[in-house]
Design a protein around this ligand. Structure first.
Ligand SMILES: [Fe+2]
Length: 224
C-alpha cells in the first residue's frame, strides 16, 4: 500500500498480485470508499485497523481483476457495490467478466513478467451490484461529488469515476504507458477511438489521473 496525499484528501493505493490491478481507498467517518476491489492481502486488515464498518465499492468496469476482492470485503464489512448500468450482464457472467479465463491470462502474463505474476488459479466469479449508474450521473459520498462518465472501448461497460472534478479514476480506459488494451472480448477499438478518446483527452487535462493499472499522473492544462 502507498498513499497519495493532496490537501485534505488521502487516497491509499493497493496493488493486486493479479496483473497489477489497483484499488483506491478513501476513508471518512468510519466508512470506506473503494474504487474497484482487487485481490490482495493488505486492504481488509487496513480497513479493520482504521475502524471501518461500511464499505462502498464503485467499479470502473466488471472485469475479474477489478472485482475479485469483493468476497473478502463482504466477509468482514457491510458492503454496497455501485457499477455502470452496462455492467449488469458482465458482473453476473464469469465468461463476460473474464474470470473464466483468468488463470490463462495470468499464465500469459507470467511468461512476460514472472516476478510480478505468481502462479495462481483464478476462481470463476460472478456477482451483482446494489446500484447501477447511468452515463453522467452524479452521486454524493460524504462531502464529495462523484460523476460517472461512460468511456466504452476497453469493455462495453468501462467508465471513468470523477471525484470533485479533480480526481479521475479511469479504470482500464487509460493506461499509464500508452494505449489501453482494446483487444479483449467485448473490447471495441472503433468505439474507443470515435467516442471515448475525445472525452478522455479532455478529461485528463489538469486532473490527477489514476489508471486501473500503473501509476497516477497529471497532465497540466496548456499555458500553465
Ligand atoms: Fe479491464
Amino acid at each position: 500500500m502507498r498513499a497519495f496525499l493532496r490537501e485534505d484528501l488521502e487516497i491509499n493505493i493497493f496493488e493486486s498480485y493479479i496483473i497489477g490491478a489497483r484499488t483506491f481507498c478513501i476513508i471518512k467517518d468510519g466508512e470506506a470508499l473503494l474504487i474497484d476491489a482487487v485481490l490482495e492481502d493488505e486492504l481488509v486488515p487496513y480497513l479493520k485497523e482504521k475502524g471501518v464498518s461500511d464499505v462502498l465499492v464503485l467499479l470502473t468496469h466488471g472485469h475479474y481483476d477489478h472485482i475479485l476482492g469483493i468476497p473478502e470485503l463482504q466477509k468482514a464489512f457491510s458492503v454496497r457495490i455501485g457499477a455502470s448500468e452496462r455492467s449488469r450482464d458482465i458482473l453476473s457472467d464469469c465468461r463476460k467478466n473474464l474470470s473464466a479465463f483468468g488463470t490463462m491470462i495470468n499464465e500469459m502474463r507470467r511468461k512476460k513478467a514472472p516476478e510480478s505474476s505468481p502462479r495462481i488459479v483464478v476462481p470463476e466469479y460472478e456477482t451483482s451490484a446494489d446500484y447501477y449508474f447511468s452515463d453522467r450521473e452524479v452521486f454524493a459520498w460524504k462531502n464529495h461529488e462523484i460523476r460517472f462518465i461512460f468511456t466504452p472501448g476497453h469493455s462495453d461497460d468501462s467508465m471513468c469515476i470523477l471525484m470533485d472534478d479533480m480526481y479521475l479514476f479511469a479504470g482500464d480506459s487509460i493506461a499509464d504507458n500508452g494505449d489501453p488494451v482494446l483487444s479483449l472480448p467485448g473490447g471495441k477499438r472503433n468505439v474507443y477511438e470515435e467516442y471515448s478518446r475525445p472525452i478522455l483527452d479532455s478529461l485528463i487535462k489538469g486532473r490527477y489521473v489514476f489508471p486501473g493499472h500503473g501509476d497516477e499522473f497529471m497532465i497540466p492544462l496548456e499555458g500553465k
